[in-house]
Each structure stands twice: as C-alpha cells, then as structure tokens.
Design a protein around this ligand. Structure first.
Ligand code: PMT
Length: 402
C-alpha cells in the first residue's frame, strides 16, 4: 500500500487472544490512514496469527523475541520504542495490561512499551469477568492515570460464548484514535485554557439537591484534548464520576457559587475560557441544615437566581481572552445561540439541541458552531471529536487576535 515519505510510524503490539486476527484488519486500516505500521508480537500472539502474516501485510520485519538473532529483530525494543510516533497494543490481554501497569518488561512487546516515550494506546480484549475483575479495573485505571489512552472494549458476543463487555473495540474506532495521536501536534502550546464541566448541585438539605444530567464528558474531553495539544489546562468541574484527565489541573466544586469563585480566581492566568458546564440557573433560597422530614415537606421551594458565570467573565474580558460558551436549547437553537454570543460577549457558541436528552451523558453529540461570522452545522460526532473541532477554532481565534 503506497505511503507518503513522512508518514508517522505506528508500532502495533499484538498479544495472545482470539481477537489477534483483527490486528490484521487494523494494520490495513492504519495503512489506509497513511500511517506506517511495524508489528511486535508476544509469543502467545504467534499461536493465533503467524508473524509472516504481519510481515506480508506491512512489508516490515516483525519483532517477537528479545533473543532473536535475525538482523531484522535485533535491538528492537529500543529502536522500535524510538521509532514509534504512537505505540498501540491491540488486542491487549488482561495479562499484558497487568505487566505494563507494573513495569514488567520480560518480552519484546513489554520492553518496547516501557522504553518508548510515544503516546500509548491500549485496546483491551478479554472475557467479561476478567474485564470486570477488580485487579484489571485497577490496572486499567493506573494506566489511564499515567496518560495511557484506553480504547474501551465493546459489548457483544465473546469468543468464550458469553455476552458482555470485553470485545475488542471496532477496528475503525481504534484506527481513528491511533491516527489522532499520530498526528497530534502541540499547536496549543503556551495557551492557558480554563474549562468548566459537569452539572452543579444546589443543596436543598444535607441529602437533596437541584441538579441536572450533565455527565461532564464534554468538558473532560475538551480538557484532555487541550492538554494533549500542549495547553496548560485547568478544569473546574461540578460533581461527576469521571477520573481526572491526564496532565490537567482539576478543581472539583459542587455549587454554582463555588464554580464561580473557582473560575473568577483563575482568570488573571487564563487566555481561553471554554464553558461546557451545565450550571444550575437557580438555587434554593433556604438551605435546611437537617434532612427535611416527609411530613414537614414544603409544597414549594423558593428559588433564587445563581450568577451567570460566563456572562460575568464576558463582562470582565478586555478582549485579551477568547471565550467559548455552550447553548443547551430545546427550541429556536440558533436564535438563542446568537443571543448568548452577543449578550455574553463570546467568540464562539457551541449550540446543542437537548430536547431529546441524548446530549447529556452520551458519548456523541450533534452541535452547531455559531460565531459572529456565521454558523456551521456539524454531523453527529464523538465528544472527543467535537472537543478537537472546538480547539481548532480556539487556536484560530487566538491567532486572529490583534
Ligand atoms: O456533560 P455532558 O453529559 O457531556 O453533556 C454536555 C452538555 C449537554 C452539558 C453540554 O453540551 C452543554 O450544552 N453545556 C452547557 C449547558 C448549559 O448550561 O447551557 P445554557 O444554555 O444554560 O448556558 C449557556 C452558557 O452559559 C454555557 O456555556 C454555560 O456553561 C454558561 N452558564 C450558564 C448558566 C450560569 N449560571 N452560568 C454559566 O456560566
């Protein structure tokens, strides 16, 4: 398959499980994306697919053993580690995940993983119980916290006959993530970006609150992608169950007032604000210090307005910061988005129709970009792709600043 001379190199690690045959399709997928692929296999993987298959597909030597004295396979853990623009292990078994998480380096693949400084993408594949096992869960979280990118396995029929999570993610999904990392540039280096995410909870009493269904996925994706592109990122988030994105300073708050304080306190060190949080517009006027008993329950709760954080930021901006807001609407999407753009003095509004509730919590969304120059409708995209699109526009807006 033809490839440009400067095509980034992907080192593809293949481990021993039945999904190893899908690594052959993955090689093809990556090549179609104009990426050069070199394969390293564990001994166990060679029981499922012959190295010759990968050698033929890639036109490159395949590394298996640390002790091979074939010239092609010598030294390879260091040279492969250095050559990799991205290292991807797909499929990755529970055993190899555990070895990587604990720094074991006893074969060609795990030594290469330990030696590389390239971004590492792991696509696990295993039985559902192995995937859910506490040991695997904590190994995966350990890897994530160190910046490994995990392409979550899908749900479906597994080789063992069971149905559940553990099936290797779709080849195209893995290919897309690998390509993203292979072509990731540091185009946001030097920018200080503040992102808000999640809902806010406005307490009624010690156990009840007013809130909404924002999961934080959108804001976390923006923060994670911005950090990978070189920005210094602070994420101010309401209560969500997502782990801290790698390389991001995370400030966890509960209420809108706390979010406002956290944002305003950091504005002097901020070049860009991206407000993805679904801030509660109202809070109960009175907080009951004790849990309200059923029999004493009021028939109504008096509410008072929360400050509009983004509007305050817009009013304080002297033109130095680039400001991005969201508009969550159930009707007249564009009209409301344009109004928010003007009223809050924003550079970009990311408008989403939330009438069917799917924007909240899902992994995909459909948005319209609204600026002072016009509107741009996007197709349904994964939230990380929306994050990249927003960040492209932020980069351009910063460059356009006088
Ligand atoms: O978190 P997810 O599950 O991924 O869901 C994503 C999302 C649906 C929450 C996200 O796409 C989204 O639409 N976020 C903004 C939700 C919202 O509050 O929209 P709004 O139209 O009410 O607010 C407009 C803008 O002002 C937003 O940027 C908001 O962060 C900001 N705002 C709103 C109210 C307030 N008191 N202070 C604010 O800063």
């Amino acid at each position: 398959m033809g490839r440009s001379a400067d095509a980034p190199t992907v080192v593809l690690g293949v481990t021993g499980c039945i999904a190893a045959y899908k690594a052959c399709e993955l090689v093809r997928d990556l090549q179609r994306r104009d990426l050069r692929v070199k394969v390293v296999m564990t001994e166990a993987a060679t029981r499922f697919v012959a190295p010759l298959t990968f050698r033929t597909l890639t036109g490159e030597p395949v590394a298996v053993s640390l002790w091979d004295d074939e010239p092609a396979a010598r030294v390879h853990h260091i040279s492969l580690a250095e050559e990799a623009d991205v290292l991807c292990v797909a499929p990755c078994t529970a055993n190899v995940i555990a070895k990587i998480a604990h720094g074991r380096a006893d074969d060609m693949l795990t030594t290469t993983v330990l030696a590389t400084e390239a971004p590492i993408v792991i696509a696990p594949a295993m039985n559902v119980h192995m995937w859910r096992d506490e040991a695997t869960r904590s190994n995966v979280e350990l890897l994530r916290s160190r910046g490994f990118i995990i392409v979550e396995p899908g749900i479906g029929e597994l080789a063992c006959g069971e149905v559940g999570e553990g099936r290797l993610a779709e080849v195209a999904t893995i290919g897309e993530v690998v390509e993203r990392e292979a072509r990731c540039t540091q185009d946001l280096a030097g920018l200080r970006i503040l992102v808000t995410a999640g809902p806010t909870y406005e307490p009624i009493d010690p156990v009840r609150f007013i809130g909404n269904r924002s999961s934080g996925k959108t804001g976390f994706a923006i923060a994670e992608r911005a950090a990978r592109r070189g920005a210094v990122v602070t994420l101010v988030t309401g209560p969500v169950s997502l782990p801290d994105p790698f390389g991001v300073t995370v400030v966890r708050v509960t209420t809108a007032l706390e979010m406002r304080d956290a944002v305003l306190a950091r504005l002097a060190q901020t070049d860009v604000v991206i407000a993805a949080a679904a801030v509660a517009d109202f809070r109960p006027a009175n907080f009951a210090g004790e849990k309200i008993k059923k029999d004493d329950a009021p028939r109504s709760i008096e509410l008072e307005r929360n400050p509009d954080i983004l509007a305050e930021v817009g009013a304080l901006n002297d033109g130095r910061m680039v400001l991005v807001g969201f508009a969550a609407e159930t009707g007249d999407l564009l009209e409301h988005a344009h109004k928010k753009l003007r009223d809050k003095h924003l550079d970009l509004v990311v408008a989403n129709d939330v009438s069917d509730g799917s924007a909240f919590g899902g992994s995909e969304n459909r948005v319209v970009f609204v600026t002072h120059h016009g509107t741009e409708e996007m197709p349904t995209l994964p939230k990380w792709r929306i994050a990249e699109e927003i960040l492209d526009r932020v980069r351009d807006a910063v460059q356009d600043r006088p």
